[in-house]
Write a protein that binds this ligand. Structure first.
Ligand code: EPU
Length: 427
C-alpha cells in the first residue's frame, strides 16, 4: 500500500508541464474503434485510467503499440468482440464510452452496467434515451446492457435533459455513422468534446457545432485512421495552479501545456480571490502576494466552474479571510473530500449540495484518505502549506488521472514522496 507524504512549508518555484487530458484521451481511444486501421494518439497521459481503456480495447481484439511513453498506435482492424466486461467497467466507468463507437461501426454493443461510484449514482439513462432515438434497441440481463440497431442507426434530433458529457460523446460517436443528420440539442460543451469532434472530423466525419449547445452530425459511410494529438489537461493544470497560489515563492510558478481558455471561469474566480494569473504563450504564471479573498463558487457544465476543480478550489476557500459557499450542482456526492480537509483544520459545514466554509489561518498536517481522484490530489496540495507532515492514503485514485504527480511536485521544490507502508490491518 503506497501513501503520499508531504512535508509542508517549502516554497515552490519553476515550471510544470501538464500531460494530455485524461477525459479527452479516454474518449479518443474509444473513438479509434470507428476507424478500422491504425490510429496514432500522441500526448496521451501515462495514467492508470488510460491503461484500463487499453485493456478494454484489447479485449475486443484491438492491438496497441506503445510507440513511446505518450504515443499509442491503436489498430482496430481486427476487432471482433463488442463487449466491455464488468471487471473493467467496474474499475472505470468511462469504459462505457465504447458503446457509441461500437454501435456506429458494428451496430451492436454489450456493456456491463456501471452501477454507482463514489461520486453518486451516476446513471446513464440519457445515453440510452438518446441512442434509442437513433434506433438502438436495449435489453438488460445479468448486469449487462445489450444494445443493437437491427435496422441501422438513423439521424434525428435528440434533446438532452442535462448537458451530460458522456451522453453527448456517446451520441456523437454513434451518429457519425448514422443514416442522415443527427442534431444534439443541449449538448455538453467541454473542450474534450471539441477535441473528440476534431479527431472524428479528421477521420472523415461531418460534425459541426461541437463546443456549442447544438451539435450537428451528418452521417458518413466510413471513417479512416489518423494521427491526433490529445489536448492538454485543464484540470491537472488547475490543480497545479492551486498549488502555486498556495505555496509559490515570490517568482510564482509557471504551468504550461494547456490552453488557459479551457479554464476561463476557474481563472476568473481565482483572480477574484486575489491570485495573480498571468497568461503566457505556453500557459500561465501564477503567484499570490496577498491574503485569499472569499468568493462563492458553483459548479456547472462548461463554460461554468468545473466540478473537477471543486475540491482544489475548496483548499483555497478554506484559507480565505472570511466565509464563502461552494455549491456542487453536478454530482450528488462530491463533498466527501471536505471531511478530510476538516481533519487538517478546515472549518467546513456541508448542507445538502452547499459547503459553508469559514476561512482558517492554516492547515495542520494529518493522515487523510483520498475520497476520489480530484479530492486526493487536492489533499496533497493542501499538505504543501500545512504545518508538519500530511499523509494521503488511497492514492490509487490519484494515479487514475495524474501522471508523475509526486515527481512533478518535487520538481517544483515541494518535499513530497511516495512511500510504501504496511497495511495496518495485517499487523
Ligand atoms: N447523468 C445522469 N444520466 C446520464 C448521464 C449523466 O443522470 O445519462 C448525471 C450524472 O450522474 C452526473 C451528471 O449527470 O450527476 C453529469 O454527468 P456527465 O455525464 O456530464 O459526466 P460524465 O461523462 O460521467 C465526465 C468526466 C468527469 C467530469 C464530468 C463533468 C470523463 C471520463 N469523466 O463524466 O470527470 O466530472 O464529465 O464534467 O470524462 C474526473 O475526471 O475526475 C471526473 C469525474
Amino acid at each position: 500500500m503506497d501513501i503520499i507524504r508531504v512535508e509542508g512549508g517549502h516554497a515552490l518555484a519553476g515550471a510544470v508541464h501538464v500531460s494530455g487530458a485524461k477525459n479527452s484521451a479516454l474518449k479518443l481511444m474509444a473513438a479509434t474503434l470507428l476507424a478500422p486501421g491504425v490510429t496514432t494518439l500522441t500526448n496521451v497521459p501515462n495514467i492508470s485510467d488510460v491503461h484500463v481503456m487499453g485493456k478494454v480495447l484489447k479485449r475486443m481484439g484491438a492491438t496497441i503499440e506503445v510507440v513511446d511513453e505518450h504515443s499509442l498506435a491503436i489498430d482496430t482492424s481486427a476487432v471482433d468482440s463488442w463487449e466491455a466486461p464488468y471487471e473493467l467497467v467496474a474499475k472505470m466507468r468511462a469504459s462505457t464510452a465504447v458503446m457509441g463507437p461500437l454501435l456506429g461501426r458494428f451496430g451492436c454493443a454489450k456493456i456491463a452496467m456501471p452501477g454507482g461510484c463514489n461520486l453518486g449514482a451516476r446513471k446513464i439513462d440519457m445515453h440510452i434515451l438518446g441512442l434509442e432515438a437513433l434506433g438502438v434497441e436495449f435489453d438488460t440481463d445479468h448486469g449487462y446492457i445489450h444494445a443493437s440497431a437491427p435496422q441501422g442507426l438513423s439521424g434525428t434530433t435528440v434533446t438532452l435533459e442535462f448537458a451530460s458529457v458522456g451522453a453527448t460523446e456517446n451520441l456523437i460517436m454513434a451518429s457519425v455513422r448514422a443514416e442522415g443528420t443527427t442534431v444534439i440539442d443541449n449538448a455538453a460543451r467541454e473542450p474534450e468534446i471539441v477535441d473528440l469532434a476534431n479527431m472524428l472530423n479528421e477521420m472523415g466525419a461531418r460534425i459541426t457545432g461541437a463546443g456549442t449547445p447544438v451539435v450537428q452530425i451528418e452521417g458518413v459511410d466510413e471513417l479512416h485512421p489518423v494521427t491526433h494529438r490529445v489536448i492538454g489537461d485543464r484540470i491537472e493544470a488547475g490543480t497545479f495552479i492551486v498549488a502555486g497560489a498556495l505555496a509559490a515563492g515570490p517568482e510564482g510558478i509557471e504551468v504550461t501545456g494547456f490552453s488557459p481558455a479551457h479554464l476561463g471561469m476557474v481563472l476568473k474566480k481565482f483572480e477574484l480571490m486575489g491570485i495573480d494569473v498571468e497568461r503566457t504563450d505556453e500557459g500561465v504564471r501564477v503567484h499570490r502576494a496577498r491574503g485569499i479573498r472569499p468568493v462563492d463558487i458553483q459548479t456547472l457544465p462548461f463554460p461554468g466552474f468545473p466540478t473537477d476543480m471543486q475540491a482544489q478550489a475548496m483548499v483555497l476557500s478554506a484559507l480565505a479571510e472570511g466565509s464563502s459557499v461552494i455549491t456542487e450542482n453536478i454530482f450528488e456526492n462530491r463533498f466527501m473530500f471536505a471531511s478530510e480537509l476538516v481533519r487538517m483544520g478546515a472549518d467546513i459545514r456541508i448542507e445538502g449540495h452547499h459547503a459553508m466554509i469559514h476561512g482558517v489561518d492554516g492547515y495542520s498536517g494529518a493522515q487523510v484518505t483520498s475520497p476520489d481522484l480530484r479530492g486526493g490530489a487536492a489533499l496533497a496540495v493542501a499538505g504543501l502549506i500545512a504545518e508538519g507532515y500530511t499523509e494521503v492514503s488511497a492514492i490509487h485514485h490519484i494515479d487514475r488521472g495524474y501522471e508523475h504527480f509526486v515527481e512533478k511536485l518535487c520538481a517544483l521544490g515541494a518535499h513530497v514522496e511516495r512511500v510504501a507502508v504496511p497495511d495496518p490491518i495485517d499487523d
